[in-house]
Ligand binder design. Structure first.
Ligand code: NAD
Ligand code: UGA
Length: 317
């Protein structure tokens, strides 16, 4: 039975990955610092089913402080999902936190992985490393020119993975997730906000004209790609896109359709660092990881809306 270390285990994607690995029969060590990016109670609920498994152990702590050598004992693969995730809050004073949580943590973990001789390492990176050229599908060899400090911090983390692969022989695989959605999505992300507004009957704020387009990836698809990379990632970078491109106005339309509620949009300033369009060429992941996104937009938004309704009840219970 494989033992896997998942960092950021209580977060949106991390908690789904934990559930999926437990279902597969793995032993999972989850690490999370429960940062205040969004409430601790929400993250604890993400782990409610994992907590019942005898094969799951949660270590609460910061990757910058924990004894990583101890954590890595007997571990066959590391999925490094911990990090500071938002694009828009990474400017100005916010950047220091991004450096610590995305760059320093990754370096400390890679050093420990090298020392422990852990066989495989997977980094959660982001479409944000590509920057603004999203008018056509981008493959992994597309120039990397982040449009936000967040994107730059993820690119730095990627460069560390490449450095440790070249110089220290760590087998590290980079996954560039494209806007992930579904149950447990972080509360500040567009669909989370739009669904919450629909349920509460209040307007949503659209940043800019709402014509910006995202390649949307349903969370179980992102998780499947991650499991494949943990099992057979041979190094290098892979795009993980959902194959569904939709504008922000289109997201709103999907929320209206799924919830059956009218949602008014208030158009505000465009957000700094927000790229106009993302578009993944995920053929490398398809060829080498057997990745094939399966969940369509309306199906995915419906699952997220159902979860959000249950979550709102749990939060007030
Ligand atoms: P999330 O905020 O829900 O999860 C990240 C978790 O990491 C949090 O629970 C947080 O407490 C934990 N964490 C942060 N710093 C830590 C530290 N120093 N030590 C221990 N734990 C720490 O975010 P998410 O949306 O699940 O994203 C997971 C990863 O995927 C992030 O690295 C993010 O940058 C990346 N990513 C996410 C998306 C997306 O659309 N959600 C897209 C591309 C990349
Ligand atoms: C998402 C994640 O938040 C990042 O962690 C991730 O790295 C990135 O995807 C990625 O693909 O790499 P983003 O695409 O900005 O970032 O996702 P959302 O927060 O869901 O925003 C989507 C669009 O909706 C953006 O253009 C944003 O400006 C817009 N938006 C968001 C609004 O118009 N209103 C809101 O209230 C929230």
């Amino acid at each position: 039975m494989a033992r896997i270390l998942v960092t950021g285990a209580a977060g949106f994607i991390g908690s789904h990955l934990v559930d999926r690995l437990l279902a597969e029969g793995c032993e999972v060590v989850g690490v999370d610092a429960f940062t205040r990016y969004y409430p601790r109670e929400r993250k604890l609920r993400n782990l409610s089913s994992a907590a019942e498994s005898g094969r799951f152990r949660l270590v609460e702590g910061d990757l910058l402080e924990l004894d990583l050598g101890l954590l890595l004992r007997g571990v066959e693969a590391v999925a490094h999902l911990a990090g500071e995730p938002g694009v828009r809050s990474s400017w100005g004073a916010g950047f220091e936190v991004y450096l610590r949580r995305n760059v320093l943590c990754t370096e400390r973990l890679l050093e420990a992985v090298w020392r422990a001789g852990t066989p495989r390492f997977v980094l959660a990176s982001s479409s944000s490393v590509y920057g603004p050229d999203g008018g056509r599908p981008v493959a992994e060899d597309h120039p990397l020119r982040p449009a936000s400090p967040y994107g730059l911090s993820k690119l730095s983390a990627e460069e560390l993975v490449r450095l440790y692969a070249r110089e220290r022989g760590v087998r590290g695989t980079v996954l560039r997730y494209f806007t992930v959605y579904g149950p447990r999505q972080r509360p500040e992300m567009a669909l989370s906000r739009f669904i919450a507004a629909a349920h509460a009957g209040r307007p949503v704020e659209v940043f800019g004209d709402g014509g910006q387009v995202r390649d949307m990836t349903y969370v179980s698809d992102a998780v499947e790609a991650t499991v494949a990379a943990l099992e057979r990632g041979a190094g290098g970078a892979y795009n993980v896109g959902g194959g569904v491109r939709v504008s922000v106005r289109g997201m709103l339309e999907a929320v209206r359709e799924v919830t059956g509620r009218p949602v008014e949009a208030v158009y505000g300033e465009a957000a700094a660092g927000d790229v106009r369009s993302t578009w993944a060429d995920s053929r490398r992941a398809e060829r080498e990881l057997g990745y094939r996104p399966r969940v369509g937009l309306l199906e995915g938004v419906a699952a997220q809306a159902e979860w959000a309704a249950r979550e709102a009840l749990a939060a007030t219970a």
